[in-house]
Design a protein around this ligand. Structure first.
Ligand code: 5GP
Length: 207
């Protein structure tokens, strides 16, 4: 008997502008066993983006129909557009034993957490406290109001970390990818997962 392990669902998320898209693109270029989900969106394609590769481009009506038909694992409205993860691909891929990675913003990640608590949540964080300070104070010419506003946003972003299993600083894209791969490997080595595999194999052999 062969034991077929289900794939693991990894969610890469984090504050806007932290570089999730760039890190994900770099990760796609590597030889990994990860399958990358292609999201549906109502935003217009940017130059060079292809249907079904970067996104599935939908009208608002089509997207709302997808929501009604329960075709999305999660969805969120972000800067005036809908973004969502097609459920079918994720379920089929996980069932086939392959890991899936979602690169999504934080509201969507929290919905996945509700619907799929077994997911592994990775928070991509700004590079360093110094960088955080630069992001907040900017060029040093902004008013106190603007700086206070950014402080509030930054605080809320850092607070979000508590909902995640791992935090990866995006100090350098390739290093961030190395760390994601390390998380994927470590998750596969968890005692509970490995032991389950052994127990099922032994049961199959009548041991
Ligand atoms: P962009 O328009 O720059 O491609 O993406 C904008 C934001 O939407 C990014 O933060 C990206 O992570 C997020 N995003 C992309 N696909 C999805 C999705 O399926 N669900 C959610 N919730 N966010 C997504």
């Amino acid at each position: 008997m062969t034991y077929k392990e289900k794939g693991l669902l990894f969610i890469l998320s984090g504050p806007s502008g932290v570089g999730k898209g760039t890190v994900c693109k770099a990760l796609k270029k590597r030889k990994t066993n990860l399958a990358f989900s292609v999201s549906a969106t109502t935003r217009k394609p940017r130059e060079g983006e292809r249907e079904g590769v970067e996104y599935f481009f939908k009208t608002r009506e089509q997207f709302e129909q997808m929501i009604k038909d329960n075709l999305l694992l999660e969805w969120a409205e972000y800067v005036g557009n809908y973004y969502g993860t097609p459920l079918d691909f994720v379920e089929k891929t996980l069932d086939s034993g392959k890991d899936v990675l979602l690169e999504i913003e934080v509201q969507g990640a929290m919905k996945v957490k509700k619907n799929y608590p077994n997911g592994i949540f990775i928070f991509l964080a700004p590079p360093s406290l110094g960088e955080l300070r630069r992001r907040i104070t900017g060029r040093g010419t902004e008013s106190e109001d603007i700086i206070n506003g950014r402080m509030t946003v930054a605080k809320a972003e850092i607070e979000m970390m508590k909902h995640y299993d791992y935090v990866i600083e995006n100090d350098e894209v390739e290093r961030a990818c190395d760390r994601i791969e390390a998380v994927v490997m470590a998750e596969h080595l968890r005692r509970a997962r490995v032991m389950e595999k052994y127990l099922q194999l032994m049961e199959g052999e009548g041991i």
